[in-house]
Design a protein around this ligand. Structure first.
Ligand code: BES
Ligand code: ZN
Ligand code: ZN
Length: 480
């Protein structure tokens, strides 16, 4: 993991990068020679992504971003610039760099650093040939920046890397029990509490959704309860975060139709990874917010006694569900977890799930579809966090007509509607049935796992959801 530091006074020892936002950059402090200035001006005209100067055996990088209509767009431009730079630092084998921005804007400098750290993520566990990214230390040069802000960014980016590692792990390693063991490690290092229910306990509790999905599997399910309850918490009733932990989704007996459509289905626990990362970050940052994570985990396979289309299962809350498509399994395990959440009388519940291809088709990978019953104040705060972190959100409606599509004539509900129309919303309506509290559902099927690289989000797992929710919770904790 790259270490972030407040810059030491001595700025001579390392390469440096400066991000300029002004149309008329002030180069005074750099005391550029005539030749250097001419080079800078000509390269800037050519709109190079960065300009590289070599001085006293060290590199000095200059980058430029144009002014933007909003702060959040400017921060995103800084992240992108940071990402461009770390690709160059890799080829230069640079281990230490001091960074600064010309504007008196600590948030902008943090965003620049964030783009650098997120952009250097690599998943190398199974590779013998690829060298690790050389960058070890980033020094943030800013007279007013606080150590705590640097530490928080360190923790958030670390949580993002942890989640990406979990999602990139194949099911050959990351079974439900392994996932619980990984969460155990996180709970110990960050200081949140963890309770893991095994299959016997899950049977005793009659979590029929989780057990049903697990029926075709050799590996047992787990149900994980993560808790961060600081003494100085601002909220009495917890905020609950539910994460879909399908360690692999074959579709079950309703097997995924084309071979390619299964290739990335190790990503189906990205919601669980996000929730684990959020608990990790919030507890490590010591945020005065009481939160609970609920993670139902299993793989979804067609073996043994797998759920057969037409089966009727009884969920944790007693609801009977006609399972007509075993590939709509996420809602079954989430339904149990959402019903379980009721016992905490939560202030607010969020769930994160790679739930539907429909959400991904509707808006692609550039944002997350969300919907739910939380009040408009919560929703607009969430939208703001979406823009500020650039984990953008778009709200879908929850009109009752979509719920009508889930009526069954043989059980309380069926798990899919007859056709594909509004698939992300019918999934959301299914989940809503199991809630009786203010709630938001985040369908991250689009942005969770990328088949081609997208700047600092990289390729494969992105760790989406953590930066969004930690930003939201941090802002909540600052409210009186
Ligand atoms: N895990 C999938 C959704 C998914 C698709 C995640 C693409 C990531 C990328 C989910 O369990 C699923 O299979 N959903 C079905 C629902 C359908 C049967 C109603 C889908 O989207 O096709
Ligand atoms: Zn599925
Ligand atoms: Zn799934």
């Amino acid at each position: 993991m790259i270490k972030l530091h407040l810059s030491p006074k001595n700025t001579k020892a390392h390469s440096q990068a400066i991000l300029f936002t002004s149309d008329a950059p002030d180069y005074k402090a750099l005391s550029l020679s005539k030749e250097e200035l001419a080079l800078v001006n000509s390269q800037r005209k050519a709109k190079r992504p960065f300009i590289q100067l070599f001085r006293n055996g060290l590199y000095l990088y200059l980058q430029y971003i144009e002014n933007k209509p909003t702060k959040s767009l400017l921060w995103e431009a800084a992240r992108l610039a940071g990402n461009t730079l770390v690709a160059e630092l890799k080829s230069q084998n640079c281990t230490d760099i001091i960074i600064a921005v010309d504007a008196k804007d600590s948030a902008l400098l943090l965003a620049y650093a964030e783009g650098m750290v997120l952009g250097s993520y690599q998943f190398l566990k199974y590779r013998k040939d690829a060298p690790a990214h050389p960058l070890k230390n980033i020094y943030l040069l800013d007279p007013v920046l606080k150590q705590k802000d640097v530490d928080d960014l360190q923790t958030i980016t670390e949580a993002n890397w942890i989640a990406r590692d979990l999602v990139n792990e194949p099911v050959s390693y990351l079974t439900a029990e392994k996932l619980s063991a990984e969460i155990r490690k996180l709970s110990k290092s960050a200081g949140f509490k963890l309770e893991v229910f095994n299959k016997l306990k899950i049977k005793t509790l009659k979590m029929g959704g989780l057990l049903g999905v697990n029926q075709g599997s050799i590996d047992p399910p787990t149900f994980n309860i993560l808790e961060w309850k600081p003494k100085n918490a601002k909220n009495k009733k917890p905020i609950i975060l539910v994460g879909k932990g399908v360690t692999y989704d074959t579709g079950g007996l309703t097997l995924k139709p084309t071979p390619g459509s299964m290739d990335s289905m190790k990503c189906d626990m990205a919601g669980a990874a996000a929730v684990s990362g959020i608990l990790y970050a919030v507890s490590k940052m010591n945020l005065p917010i009481y939160i609970i994570g609920l993670i139902p985990a299993t793989d979804n396979r067609p073996g043994g006694n797998a759920l057969a289309p037409g089966d009727i299962i009884t969920m944790y809350d007693g609801t009977t569900v006609e399972v007509l498509n075993s590939d709509a399994e996420g809602r079954l395990i989430l339904g149990d977890a959402l019903a379980y959440a009721k016992k905490y009388k939560p202030q607010l519940v969020f769930d994160f799930a790679t739930l539907t291809g429909a959400a991904a088709r509707a808006i692609g990978t550039y944002g997350t579809v969300f919907m739910g019953t939380a009040d408009t104040e919560t929703k607009s705060a969430m939208l703001e966090s979406g823009n500020d972190t650039y984990e953008r959100l778009v709200e879908f409606p929850m009109w009752n007509e979509y719920g009508e599509l889930l009526k069954s004539d043989i059980a309380d509900m069926k798990n899919v509607s007859a056709g594909p129309a509004g698939g992300a919303i019918t999934a959301g309506k299914f989940l809503e049935h199991f809630t009786d509290y203010p709630w938001l559902h985040f369908d991250i099927a689009g942005p969770a796992f990328l088949s081609s690289p997208d700047a600092y989000r990289g390729k494969n797992a992105t760790g989406v959801g953590i930066r969004l929710i930690v930003d939201f919770l941090k802002k909540q904790s600052l409210k009186k």
